[in-house]
Design a protein around this ligand. Structure first.
Ligand code: GRF
Length: 199
């Protein structure tokens, strides 16, 4: 049993998660699900020898059918946990019901501030002194699920989108693998409804 990562973009988070899973975690990242042919993350997976399955939503009749195709792939690989890492789609009921409180996401702001796309840009435009990074469970909303962990990032007066993005990503690459490690090893508590049902 193992972990799948869903990603649409360059995959820097994918790479640190996959790497840490091999070094430290009790379960390994053993599958990449990608929705964009040609995304940078596919090259990274190939380099690390992690199987990839690219499923393009427009090839399916609707979201439910798309997620059913993902689900049968996940079952084939014995996937227990899903980590979203720059996956640019909302998770629908098919996957939510199949993986209750087993889907995590990383978001580049201190939620609930700056939900949705372009969170780093929005933080800069708003003029906050602190932004940060959030790891949270996925529910049916956009970046609304229960928060698991957060880390702040200082916004300095001369920060640009580029410099702030670098700082945020640096923190993401530390927080996301550490949080998953702590969850998998019981160092931070599981979602309460999972703890209740298992114990
Ligand atoms: C990260 O900033 C993550 O917080 C957001 O999408 C970005 C993905 O970056 N959800 P990468 O593809 O992991 O480099």
């Amino acid at each position: 049993m193992s972990i799948a990562i869903f990603a649409s973009g360059s995959g820097s988070n994918f790479e640190v998660l996959a790497d840490q899973s091999r070094r430290q975690w009790p379960k390994e990242v053993s599958l990449l699900i990608c929705d964009r042919p040609g995304a940078g993350v596919l090259e990274r997976a190939e380099r690390l020898g992690i199987p990839t399955v690219t499923l393009v939503p427009k090839n399916y009749e609707n979201k439910a059918k798309y997620e059913e195709a993902i689900l049968s792939t996940l079952q084939e690989y014995g996937i227990e946990w899903i980590l979203l890492a720059g996956y640019m789609r909302l998770i629908g009921p098919t996957l939510l019901q199949a993986y209750p409180w087993r889907i995590l996401n990383i978001h580049p702001s201190l939620l609930p501030a700056f939900q949705g796309k372009d969170a780093i840009q929005k933080a800069l435009e708003y003029g906050v002194r602190w932004t940060g990074v959030t790891v949270h469970w996925i529910d049916e909303g956009v970046d609304t699920g229960p928060i698991v962990d957060q880390k702040p990032v200082l916004v300095e007066p001369d920060d640009t989108l580029e410099t702030l993005t670098k700082k945020v990503q640096f923190v993401e690459h530390n927080l996301y693998p550490n949080t998953v490690y702590k969850l998998l090893t019981g160092r931070i508590p599981d979602h309460p409804s999972v703890s209740r049902s298992s114990g």
